[in-house]
Design a protein around this ligand. Structure first.
Ligand SMILES: CC(C)(COP(=O)(O)OP(=O)(O)OC[C@H]1O[C@@H](n2cnc3c(N)ncnc32)[C@H](O)[C@@H]1OP(=O)(O)O)[C@@H](O)C(=O)NCCC(=O)NCCS
Length: 186
């Protein structure tokens, strides 16, 4: 899939006065610390060179370092079965920063489900949130799922994650027909 270029201010929003600030309640980012973050970005498939930046971004967002987990995910989702596994990154126009990523795949017949696209990870750098990066990432993986022939996209989020709930709801995702069950193992 070709990469697509977007501007973080291209959704009809006025750019903040210093062209680097946040749109809602986040901190203002100074030009000295994040010059690329006011620039356009593009979404493309993840490559080997992105792994360290993805690990760093996830560490910043979740507070947990998971190098081996990400190396494994990268190997499985960025290098194998590209027709059904998707790992996209949003990269700043100067190609110096990874602003966000989304990972998912088409899975078939598990839990009795017909083939559908599962999104199991989406994350955007806190300093560039609320400028459409997450939406573009989800649009990109939605299009990849659609192009691969499925007509449904699913994800799982925890009950308390209001930010992800707001995000996915804004993208038209609603409660589905499955109920997650679990128990502790002795
Ligand atoms: C959820 C997340 C991906 C959204 O990314 P983003 O680039 O800020 O999202 P967008 O700017 O594209 O916003 C799209 C819509 O989501 C909703 N949204 C985004 N941020 C929101 C917020 N802080 N409060 C309420 N709604 C919000 C809005 O409806 C928004 O549309 P609008 O701008 O027209 O109002 C990002 O906040 C994030 O990475 N959060 C952490 C996710 C996480 O925990 N990942 C690790 C496990 S997978």
């Amino acid at each position: 899939m070709a990469s697509a270029a977007f501007s973080v201010f291209d959704r009809g929003q006025a750019a903040p006065s210093d062209a680097l600030g946040k749109s809602r309640d986040g901190p203002v980012v100074s030009q000295a610390t994040a010059p690329a973050r006011s620039a356009a970005f593009h979404v493309r498939r993840a490559e080997d060179a992105d792994l360290a930046k993805v690990i760093a971004l996830d560490m910043e967002v979740t507070g947990v370092a998971k190098d081996a987990y990400w190396a494994d995910l990268h190997e499985r989702y960025a290098t194998r079965r590209p027709g059904e596994r998707f790992f996209f990154v949003a990269e700043s126009a100067d190609k110096r920063q990874i602003l966000g990523f989304v990972i998912g795949e088409i899975r078939a017949w598990e839990f009795g489900s017909e083939p559908c696209g599962w999104v199991f990870g989406v994350s955007v750098d806190p300093e560039v949130r609320e400028h459409g990066v997450g939406e573009r990432l989800l649009e990109t993986i939605s299009a990849a799922f659609r192009d691969a022939g499925v007509g449904k996209m699913r994800t799982l989020i925890s009950h308390g994650n209001h930010l992800l709930m707001s995000f996915f709801r804004s993208q038209g995702m609603m409660a589905g027909p499955y109920l997650q069950l679990e128990r502790d193992l002795p």
